[in-house]
Design a protein around this ligand. Structure first.
Ligand code: SAJ
Length: 407
């Protein structure tokens, strides 16, 4: 039996996947409401294929509890936020989860940390917790790190098909953890040491952040000189070794916009491109606000109340709003004392999270003259004609109606 600790965006699908593939699983979370929801047979967030996976796992007998189980393998998938001031990883949840595991686990147990952590976190934060409790690492307790790579929106498919990395102190433990993950993972599973696994994960997301920043910087350069950045990227990408990403309103989500800060926080003075990329991507929501301002002027619009933001989530077809560019824009407007009037709508966000939020597209469109497309949900892509007659600012390159403004 394995005990998956933390049943959030990563822990839940992972626990379900193990169970659906015949591993006996108990999922533990300290959030009792969440556990009750799962025990009532409901998933806790929207994700393609998750409900079906849930049914398979339930049929195989997965259990959910708010208590830690006594068993010989634990997978810890708790949040690792970053401290906004120091830019360092906040390993508090991981430390606490490991402490709680140590209260119940037998000698010889393996603790696999799945949560994304900055390089050295397991050395600095997890080993001391284990040693302080009197356990000898490598004898009484084995440690491993198995970061995930799944992308929200395609998690279930990617869990099965992506390659994975397992970091462990010894080959033997690494192989044991590899064997466990190969119950469902069809991709290559590479075994290495813990520090390398930690660093690799952060490097992957940083790579993407830098590449998105390059696209965003090009968008700003092209805007300043009235060139079409999308056409330039389209043509440049015909070069066999060029693959420029797509500019957008900023980088959200809990991964790409967070992990590079770990490197900046840990290697100040060395992480230079990384820091610049972060700054460029973080500047995009304000850049969009400036675009809105100019376009309003050009169209003789004076009332921000007639402007509508389409999309609150950090990307298309998910309900995840963490670090979303739209929320960053709204915060920026509040800071500049011009918040509170702009209208907002997102088909994936049912509950009220911001002011002037609409819950159906029709009434949202009725109340605005200008629409800012911030997220390319399928809903709007399939009904673009409904925007006819509006002033449109498309930050995602999804609208091809005449007169559409772009980044
Ligand atoms: N974005 C752009 N332009 C692009 C691509 C993305 O502006 O060309 C924006 C998106 O709109 C979004 C943000 O970047 O706001 C990040 O979205 P994403 O779809 O690129 O990635 P995430 O954050 O959903 O998931 C990433 C993935 N990492 C990589 O692709 C290297 C995923 O594989 C990781 O598992 C995940 O982070 C994680 O948990 O670390």
């Amino acid at each position: 039996m394995i005990n998956v600790v933390g049943l959030g965006y990563i822990g839940l699908p992972t626990a379900l996947m193990f169970a659906a593939h015949g591993v006996e699983v108990v999922g533990t979370d300290y959030n009792k409401t969440l556990v009750d929801t799962l025990n009532a047979g409901k998933t806790t967030f929207e994700e393609e294929g998750l409900d079906e996976l849930f049914l398979e796992a339930a049929a195989k007998g997965i259990r959910f509890s708010h208590e830690y189980q006594r068993t010989d393998l634990y997978i810890v998938a708790v949040p690792t936020p970053y401290d906004k001031a120091s830019k360092k990883v906040d390993a508090g949840f991981v430390e606490k989860a490991v402490e709680d595991v140590l209260e119940v686990c037998p000698k010889g147990a393996t603790i696999v940390v799945e949560s994304t952590v900055s390089p050295g976190t397991i050395d600095k934060h997890v080993r001391p917790v284990v040693e302080e409790k009197g356990f000898v690492i490598g004898e009484d307790i084995h440690l491993a790190h198995a970061p995930e790579r799944i992308i929200p929106g395609n998690m279930v498919y990617e869990l099965k098909h992506n390659s994975r990395t397992i970091g462990a102190d010894s080959r033997e433990v690494g192989e044991k953890v590899r064997a466990l993950y190969s119950s469902f993972c069809q991709g290559e599973i590479v075994v290495t040491d813990i520090r390398t696994a930690e660093m690799t994960k952060v490097v992957e997301n940083t790579f993407r952040d830098i590449n998105i920043a390059f696209a965003n910087e090009l968008a700003k350069i092209c805007r300043s000189d009235n060139m079409d950045v999308y056409e330039i990227i389209r043509i440049a990408n015909k070069h066999p070794r060029v693959n420029i990403l797509t500019p957008g309103p900023g980088v959200g989500g809990h991964c790409i916009s967070v992990d590079p800060w770990f490197l900046v926080g840990d290697y100040p003075g060395l992480a230079n491109i990384i820091l610049s990329a972060r700054k460029i991507n973080d500047s995009m929501p304000d850049f969009v606000l400036e675009r809105i301002h100019h376009i309003m002027q050009e169209n003789h619009m004076t009332d921000v109340g007639r402007v509508g933001l389409y999309g609150l989530t950090y990307k298309e077809n998910v309900d995840d709003m963490r670090e979303s560019p739209t929320l960053q824009m709204l915060q920026s407007m509040e800071r500049h004392l011009c918040g509170g009037q702009i209208k907002v709508y997102d088909p994936y966000v049912a509950r009220d999270v911001v002011r002037n939020q609409y819950h159906d597209l029709e009434s949202f469109l009725q109340d605005v003259d200008m629409v800012v497309l911030l997220v390319g949900h399928d809903e709007i892509k399939e009904h673009m004609e409904k925007l006819k007659g509006k002033v449109i600012l498309d930050t995602r390159h999804i609208c091809f109606l005449d007169g559409t403004y772009r980044l």
